[in-house]
Design a protein around this ligand. Structure first.
Ligand code: FBP
Length: 260
């Protein structure tokens, strides 16, 4: 990993990635109740909010919509992804290159790795040229580190999430995005396991403002560097209100009660 002091992804040493790869990963059902957000412009607009340091999207959205937003949004190019329709062993194929992402104006690279799956060796091998190309292009790289597979009985346990965070450091990511391991102490353990690697909280399914902001504040409190969040922002009726609140919790160190 490299120092990220001047990276556009980092403000006050913290990061908030708005994730919007769900159309591929989970399909249009994710937009139930907020169908207008099937139009990606709605989410690109959200990414112009001051709280958002980067928008994570796949190739098609980047090609089609990013040219209209390149002055106002930092692009995190999510290079691999698969659909919910595939029922085999989890795997996430790469569908664009670091070089093409850089050509489209990417400020960072994102890549999913599923430690523990049958094709773990393929996924680790796939990650290597991506990580090295990101270094060549001087782009930071965020790993979505999601342990899965037959041997992973409890994918949010303390040990598994700490392992997920550590794998990001070991394989050369600059940020490692992990799921919440159910309690604050376990998240602190994951942050420690990642050493100088920056751990990002994965937002998860939509919860109440209070539950979500308390979770984020707890994570910030134990040294998490920020979050990569999708549904908890763009599935809300008023995404701008939660972004205002996240601005204070993530970048100013406010607690949930300070902003609710
Ligand atoms: P959310 O904040 O909506 O959970 O999005 C974060 C994310 O990592 C997305 O980038 C991705 O599509 C999704 O979660 C993956 O979730 P899952 O592991 O449940 O497939």
């Amino acid at each position: 990993m490299r120092p990220l002091g001047n990276s556009p992804l980092v403000r006050n040493d913290k990061t908030l990635v708005l994730a919007h790869d769900h159309g591929l990963e989970h399909g249009p059902k994710q937009f139930g109740g907020v169908e207008e957000r099937l139009d990606p412009r709605e989410v690109f607009e959200m990414a112009t909010h001051d709280a958002v340091t980067a928008l994570a999207v796949g190739k098609g959205l980047a090609e089609t919509y990013y040219p209209s937003y390149e002055d106002d949004v930092n692009l995190l190019a999510k290079l691999n992804g698969g659909s919910d329709l595939w029922m085999g062993d989890p795997y996430s194929p790469q569908n664009w290159s670091v070089e093409y992402a850089a050509e489209l104006g990417a400020d960072a690279i994102g890549y999913t790795v599923y430690p523990g799956v049958n094709r773990e060796t393929d996924m680790f091998e796939d990650f290597r040229p991506v990580q090295e190309a990101a270094r060549d292009e001087d782009l930071p790289i965020a790993m979505w580190s999601y342990p899965r597979g037959q041997a992973v009985k409890e994918h949010r346990s303390r040990d598994i999430i700490a392992y997920a965070a550590r794998i990001g450091l070991e394989l050369g990511a600059d940020f490692t995005k992990v799921k919440y391991p159910r309690d604050k102490e376990a998240m602190e353990h994951a942050v420690n396991a990642a050493a100088d690697n920056r751990v990002l909280l994965s937002g998860g399914s939509k919860t109440s403002d209070r539950d979500f902001l308390e979770l984020v504040a707890d994570c910030m409190d134990v040294g998490v560097s920020g979050l990569a969040v999708g549904r908890n922002v763009w599935q809300r009726d008023d995404p701008y209100d939660i972004l205002d609140k996240l601005d204070e919790v993530v970048f100013e160190g406010a607690g949930a009660d300070d902003v609710l």
